[in-house]
Design a protein. Structure first.
Length: 273
């Protein structure tokens, strides 16, 4: 099945969106995305309860998977125990853990607690050979979150850990350091924002085989939909923007980033065709 957005034919993979109960019928939600050329979907959870919703969403839809984790905003609620997430392990639709990581922009949870939960999920990912979806954000011109993440991720990577930095907005230098650890970098609607020149510049250093696309729906809708509730269908806008910046066809961007996603998440693509 190939979707169409405007005059473009492509098969995109939204590697990071959040589905909530007020988003309506999961089948209609997914079909709306597929009508825009977004064939593959990864529902990402930020806590245990959202994990159950994401799992249910993926069970309703073919070519959709899910991940479970604890967003750093909620780390204080899970500081002592993440064992409840074991119930998701072994589900055939579970292809990653996350999103997890560090957020020093809001610091809704203390830094020490964030690091503790992040490290715990690193161990869980290594134990079950699952990649991590990592959230890492600092205040403008701040680097402490990246520095602290870099205290954790090299050891994780050295032990065979795989990870993607979702919606990364750090510097070229930090991007390069994480890429040296084998990181994938995920690009979303921010790349269309007028003031996000730094994010657009990252495309110059991200290897083509490590680039992923996402929406982070319902957040961060791309221009010209900014201010609206985001949806995976708008991934087509992100893909078009990335294609222009890289001087490539949008069909090539779709083919490349979708293949990258299947490789990172170790999904048997042949079984999906």
């Amino acid at each position: 099945m190939k979707g169409t957005y405007g005059n473009l034919h492509m098969e995109l993979f939204d590697t990071h969106f959040h589905y909530y109960s007020d988003d309506g019928d999961p089948l209609k939600y997914a079909e709306k995305a597929r009508s825009a050329g977004i064939r593959y979907l990864l529902a990402v959870a930020a806590n245990y309860e959202e994990g159950k919703v994401a799992k249910q969403f993926s069970s309703f839809n073919d070519e959709c998977w899910f991940s479970v984790g604890v967003h750093p905003h909620e780390a204080s609620s899970f500081a002592d125990d993440i064992s409840m997430f074991d119930e998701f392990i072994g589900d055939p639709k579970l292809v990653a853990l996350g999103e997890v990581g560090l957020d020093y922009f809001y610091e809704s949870s203390g830094r020490v607690v964030q690091g503790k939960v992040f490290s715990a999920f690193c161990e869980l990912a290594l134990k079950h050979n699952l990649p991590l979806i990592v959230h890492c954000r600092d205040k403008q011109d701040g680097e402490a979150a990246y520095d602290d993440a870099y205290q954790i991720l090299p050891g994780f990577s050295k032990r065979g850990g795989r990870f993607v930095l979702h919606c990364f907005t750090g510097t070229r230098e930090w991007c390069g350091r994480f890429l040296e650890l084998g990181a994938y970098i995920s690009v979303g609607g921010i790349i269309t924002f007028p003031k996000a020149a730094n994010v657009r510049e990252l495309l110059e250093v991200i290897p083509e085989q490590r680039l992923l696309l996402e929406t982070d729906s319902p957040y961060l809708a791309p221009v010209p939909h900014r201010g609206k509730r985001n949806h995976p269908e708008y991934l087509a806008v992100v893909a078009e923007h990335v294609a222009r910046l890289k001087g490539m066809s949008v069909e090539k961007i779709a083919e490349m980033t979708t293949a990258n996603a299947f490789r990172l998440f170790k999904i048997n693509r042949g079984a999906q065709l």
